[in-house]
Design a protein around this ligand. Structure first.
Ligand SMILES: Nc1nc2c(ncn2[C@@H]2O[C@H](COP(=O)(O)OP(=O)(O)OP(=O)(O)O)[C@@H](O)[C@H]2O)c(=O)[nH]1
Ligand SMILES: O=C([O-])CC(=O)C(=O)O
Ligand SMILES: [Mn+2]
Length: 610
């Protein structure tokens, strides 16, 4: 089948960029859309696209008096989360994908996906979205261009990234950019009616790291379709970081000011749905402390001229887990979405045109649930999918740090690694040094969540919370972390200190031992006091843990027994962890840095394991 001579809009490109023009033409000829639209990011365009999506039944406009300029979307029930099984790192050499990634030879994958893409936009519009991850004022702005046939993706990208005409303009004729191709994989034949959430049973989320190229097919869900996020900023970003000496990490970034007015910056890597957004927007419960938000999901960290590590948030919006978000747990997220301009996906709709989800206090008498069915408090099952999301502009966050737009980022004082573990991992421990901290990160474990398709609650190793996001061999990634620990100028004392946290340890009745959320400010205080050399700690086989009275629990409703249990380093539990860590490390063969093997030996010796 030959492509039509012209596709409306294809030649109306508001750019002369030869590589971009050639790529868009090539994709248009392959995918045969009805028209091409160059996205400009304007308000008029948002009005037009959201209007079309409402018309198509993909979106419902929320009550403008409660949530202005905001929309409710239900996805296909099979398209609700990232698909790790269908995510590939197609490096030229299989060894470069490593033991934690799916791999296929690039030429085989290209052939397979080219066949899928052929004609896949028939009956649809091809949108070209120029975007920039991180501030446009950066020395080397990180440009990307996403091609998609989903208007929902265009609207989401407008919230999540800096995008549109001003980005295209800044790209000029020769800027380097990451091409990112996305299709929902649901062509429409003439006369065929569309569905509210087009997607395909066949899904591929594919990365070609050497070419810095992304191909995604079949899913409209955020993590699979907003290609600036996990695909560019983490998978391709981590490869760029390896090659260029920086780190692309699944981390929140926050600014912390002590009662004395001292400023600290903290990043935190917790796996998906394990508390980054909540910590990033935390409202401290202890007097005099202040938190400001810089990022809730991704941090790019580079050495500054002073030898310190600086973090930038490449994103422009928040794509947060909805359930559990409330005025008590995360008031700043509630204030952010209250300003409107937000998209809500797979939550429940109230009868007065607002949104609701589990964790938001008493349920209303009637809701429309995420399946579009009537829901009452007596209904079986939840009203909102556990991975339902709000997508909202970060600039609406009332505690956004003024440094958010600083292209040089903020200097990091502490890195937190954290997981969701019912047992074993204490509330907080401090690593002995960088290598030990990297060991804590490399062996991080967490129970799986609804953020990815698959079983929930299964303990797995999730190194640096990056298991699904490392774009190369994880053994090489560990080596890169160890290398970063030498510092850019040989002065490792300027590096952040590393801590390991767990907000999710449970007691005998299954209750959370630690109240979490705003109370996590008490842990941040201990971290800062450790940096300042003020707080006491006991040395345990796994690192330094707060003494019973070095953690500030004044005014906190927690029993001494629960506090002790939350902080406990149980040698038997840790001994049970050793074979799992060993098995995990064995995966990497000679790619495992010797330093990490030595750390495991040290841990065993400290625990008295043979
Ligand atoms: N018990 C407890 N639950 C928490 C805490 N922090 C967050 N949660 C809950 O954990 C879930 C996920 O929290 P988020 O902050 O959205 O997690 P995230 O790491 O940003 O997730 P992704 O966006 O998937 O990367 C939500 O349901 C929260 O309510 C905490 O300190 N304690
Ligand atoms: O990528 C997504 O879909 C959401 C997210 O932040 C994660 O899963 O870590
Ligand atoms: Mn995430």
């Amino acid at each position: 089948m030959s492509a039509p001579a012209t596709i409306p809009g294809l030649d109306a490109a508001p750019t002369q960029h030869p590589r971009l023009l050639a790529w868009v033409r090539e994709v248009a000829e392959l995918t045969t859309p009805d028209r091409v639209v160059w996205v400009d990011g304007s308000d008029e365009e948002w009005e037009r696209l959201t209007g079309q999506l409402v018309e198509a039944g993909t979106m419902v406009r929320l009550n403008p008096e409660i949530k202005p300029n905001s929309f409710w979307t239900r996805t296909d029930p099979t398209d609700v989360a990232r698909v790790e099984e269908r995510t590939y790192i197609c490096s030229v050499d299989e060894a470069d994908a490593g033991p934690t990634n799916n791999w296929m030879a690039p030429s085989d994958m290209k052939q397979l996906m080219t066949d899928l893409y052929r004609g896949c936009m028939t009956g649809r519009t091809l949108y070209v979205i120029p975007f920039c991850m991180g501030p446009l004022t950066a020395e080397n702005p990180m440009f990307g261009v996403e091609i998609t046939d989903s208007a929902y993706v265009v609207c989401s990208m407008r919230i999540m990234t800096r995008m549109g005409a001003h980005v295209l303009e800044a790209m000029g004729d020769d800027a380097v950019f990451v091409p990112a191709l996305h299709s929902v994989g649901a062509p429409l034949q003439p006369g065929q009616a569309d569905v509210a959430w087009p997607c395909s049973e066949t899904k591929y989320i594919t990365h070609f790291p050497e070419e810095r190229l992304i191909w995604s097919f079949g899913s409209g869900y955020g993590g699979n379709s907003l290609l600036g996020k996990k695909c560019f900023s983490l998978r391709i970003g981590s490869v760029m970081g390896r090659d260029e000496g920086w780190l692309a990490e699944h981390m929140l970034i926050l600014k912390l000011t002590s009662p004395e007015g001292k400023v600290y910056h903290v990043t935190g890597a917790f796996p998906s749905a394990c508390g980054k957004t909540n910590l990033a927007m935390l409202e401290p419960t202890i007097p005099g402390w202040k938190v400001e938000t810089l990022g809730d999901d991704i941090a790019w960290m580079r050495f500054g001229e002073d030898g310190r590590l600086y973090a930038v948030n490449p994103e422009f919006g928040l794509f947060g887990v909805a359930p559990g978000t409330d005025h008590t747990t995360n008031p700043n997220a509630m204030k952010t979405i209250a300003k409107g301009n937000s998209l809500f996906t797979n939550v429940a709709l109230t009868d007065d045109g607002d949104i609701w989800w589990e964790g938001m206090g008493e349920p209303p008498a009637h809701l429309t649930d995420w399946h579009g069915k009537d829901w009452t408090p007596d209904s079986e099952g939840v009203s909102s999918h556990p991975n339902s999301r709000f997508c909202t502009p970060i600039e609406q966050c009332p505690i956004l740090s003024p440094e958010f737009d600083n292209p040089n980022g903020v200097p990091i004082d502490a890195i937190l690694f954290g997981g969701r573990r019912k047992t074993t991992i204490p509330l907080v421990s401090e690593s002995r040094d960088w290598a030990h901290g990297v060991f804590q990160g490399a062996t991080l474990s967490s129970e799986t969540t609804a953020a990815a398709v698959g079983a929930v609650g299964v303990v797995r190793r999730d190194p640096m919370a990056m298991l699904p996001f490392i774009g190369y061999n994880a053994g090489d990634y560990f080596r890169h972390w160890i290398e970063m620990g030498k510092g850019s100028d040989g002065d490792a004392t300027k590096l952040p200190k590393i801590f390991y946290v767990n907000w999710f340890r449970r007691g005998d009745e299954g209750q959370f031992l630690w109240p979490g959320f705003g109370e996590n400010s008490r842990v941040l205080k201990w971290v800062v006091e450790r940096l300042e050399g003020k707080a006491e700690a006991v040395e345990t086989p796994i690192g330094y843990v707060p003494t019973a009275d070095s953690l500030d629990v004044s005014g906190l409703d927690i029993s001494a027994a629960d506090l002790e249990a939350a902080l406990k380093v149980d040698v038997e539990e840790w001994k049970a962890e050793i074979p799992q860590i060993q098995e995990w490390f064995d995966k990497f063969g000679d790619k495992l840095p010797a330093v990490l093997g030595a750390e495991l030996d040290t841990l065993k010796a400290r625990l008295g394991v043979e």
